[in-house]
Design a protein around this ligand. Structure first.
Ligand code: NAG
Ligand code: CA
Length: 220
């Protein structure tokens, strides 16, 4: 009996400290309530500074206010990479605290498939939503993104790993997040999303904090 209790305690302790890779294929992460406590921390397979990246993800929300989709902070810059929605259809990409805005039409009550890429050499950021380009804009040409990062879904970081605001928290569902260290032709990514070499949904190293629930997804 004592051993069993000890084992249970040890297991509880281990699941607290360890972030094990999980296969989330067919599943989505649900952020059921507005909060400053619910988020999912993602750990990339390789820790490296980035000159190029492509990020794809799918999400559903009925929020009309601002919210964060993907928050990648470093010790020196809270918005090292931030994919933020300012209003339905209005996307902002921050690179090292500088932002570009992509004004798309509002899409009501439908899941979104967002793909965004950024290339240091040209500074060009390109954003696609549901298979359609919203344009290309320039930001932080020549910058190299820091490797030592906290990557959070559900909350927007205003400091390294913290500084959350409930009014920027994500409420809804997120699935199929992929991150690569290179640029892809985004038109192809929208049709077929291969697994990211830094973050991939079928082998996602993550840790959930607060009220986050994993369930089979209801959208494609
Ligand atoms: C970034 O991408 C460009 C082409 O888009 C390539 O020329 C360059 O070598 C890449 N840099 C790294 C570090 O991968
Ligand atoms: Ca921030």
């Amino acid at each position: 009996m004592k051993t069993l209790l000890l084992g249970t305690l040890l297991l509880a302790f281990l699941s607290e400290v360890a972030s094990l890779p999980g296969d989330l294929r067919g599943k989505s992460l649900i952020f059921p309530q507005e909060s400053t406590t619910a988020y999912v921390s993602l750990i990339p397979k390789v820790k490296k500074s980035l000159s190029n990246f492509t990020l794809c993800m799918k999400a559903f929300t009925d929020l009309k206010r601002t919210y964060s989709l993907f928050s990648y902070s470093t010790r020196s810059r809270d918005n090292e990479i931030l994919l933020f929605v300012n209003a339905p259809g209005v996307y902002m990409l921050y690179i090292a605290n500088s932002a570009v805005t992509f004004n798309g039409p509002p899409v009501a009550y439908a899941p979104i498939h967002v793909c965004v890429s950024w290339e240091s050499a040209s500074g060009i950021a390109e954003l696609w939503v549901n298979g359609k380009p919203l344009g290309r804009k320039g930001v932080r040409k020549g910058y190299i993104l820091g490797a030592e990062a906290k990557i959070f879904l559900g909350q927007e970081q205003d400091s390294f790993g913290g500084g959350f605001d409930a009014k920027q928290s994500f409420v809804g569902e997120i699935w199929e997040v992929s991150l690569w260290d290179k640029i892809f032709y985004l038109k192809n990514m929208c049709a077929y999303c291969p697994s990211g070499n830094l973050l991939t949904w079928h082998n996602l190293i993550h840790r959930d904090y607060g009220y986050v629930v994993t369930k089979p997804r209801v959208w494609a």
